[in-house]
Design a protein around this ligand. Sequence first.
Ligand SMILES: [Zn+2]
Length: 448
Amino acid sequence: MIILKNGTVVTGDGKTVLEKASVVIEGEKIIDVLEHLDPSAEKYAAEVYDCTGQAILPGMINHHQHGVTFGPMFASGAVSPGRERIVELLDRNLLQGHTTVMNVDGFVTMDEVKETQKAHPIRIKTATTHTPVNLEAGLRCDGAGLEEKHRTMTVEKMLEEGAVCIGEVGGGHTLGGGGQDYLYIPRAVKEVTGRDINYLQARAMKLSVLGRYMEESYYDRDRVAQALKENDLDSFLTPEQTREIVLKTTMAPVKVALEAYLESARLAKQLNVPLVAHNAPTSMKVVHEVARMGVQRFIAAHSNYLFTIEESLENTKKLRQYPGVIIDAAVHDPFGAKRLVAVPDNLFAFFREGLADIISTDFAAGTFDSMLEAMQHGVERGLLSLPQAVALGTKNVADAIPGIAPNLGLLQKGYTADVLVTAYPEVSQVKYILIGGRLVAKDGKRVA
Ligand SMILES: [Zn+2]
């Protein structure tokens, strides 16, 4: 028996906070959450953690992550960054307080998920995009990580073997999103000119050729020339080269990727499984089309991302009117690296207006900040309450995707003991992490 005693318990149900309460764990399970712990109980405990002045929370369920399984990466089916890097990303997730992580690189197979699970204590779940049109979109963009087994796998078989939803359909890479900026465009520029460019330069190239809505007809030579000059690219790139690179790396998969939304939505509806789809300006129209199709659980992923604040609020309010639509807001990296998202304004606007049903981190080129950090800052600014914030990353996620975290997401008698002890109110400072009643990390380090 383990007792976490005398902490501020946030149960995860969206409203309950118990002050100076204790969580009693036996084996894998929570056997009690008590406001008054009988002092004699302590002598039966193998371990007692004094949580005075600290918070006790359910482990976070991060339902949108890339690069957390030993398999092809992204909707583009890119080559895996390798085991060491994957374990690093799993560690980053775990130490941020995410006790469950869902892989949304949809071409991974179950044997790869199981192999990864052997290497790490975090709970790893997966989504699937093994359909013909998703495959075609991936191949047009990249596909270098796809072997025969990935190409011939089906959504049905993946679900049978343990995948919990369809997704991520139309990831950033196949839709001209962040992946183009930090990977595909720099790589193509290097091939053509031998020069290294950064993601901001790549983004400027992309936007100058296609505009924010990814339209081929947007091209204007003078505009591109101006952008090259402003971004110190004009000494080694011409507008014509830029156009060619951008069309090849960015535009080719977009059309097919949009078609994949409809194919995946039909399948999700038919099989009655949740669908996770990339929601960004490029896919805005098709996301609404899918919302109208009546998929039972349709998660509009990172609905705060890549839009202006006004756009994202307006778009989200419209989307929420359709039954079955679940709005995800992603954290990205506005508190730390700021590589992908410089400020958390869009996320905070979602908090303020109560528009997020669930939150996740998304990948942010591997520099994602924690769900807890977003919650903490949102609560500090008075945008939502701590119980509301915690539910966005625990119970609400477990409800949205029934297979992702069965018997998890709440601190309640009978639930599985994935539990965090954190500073209070600075909940992003995680002290202890328990998964299935076992201590797996302590003070920012994984326990062997
Ligand atoms: Zn995405």
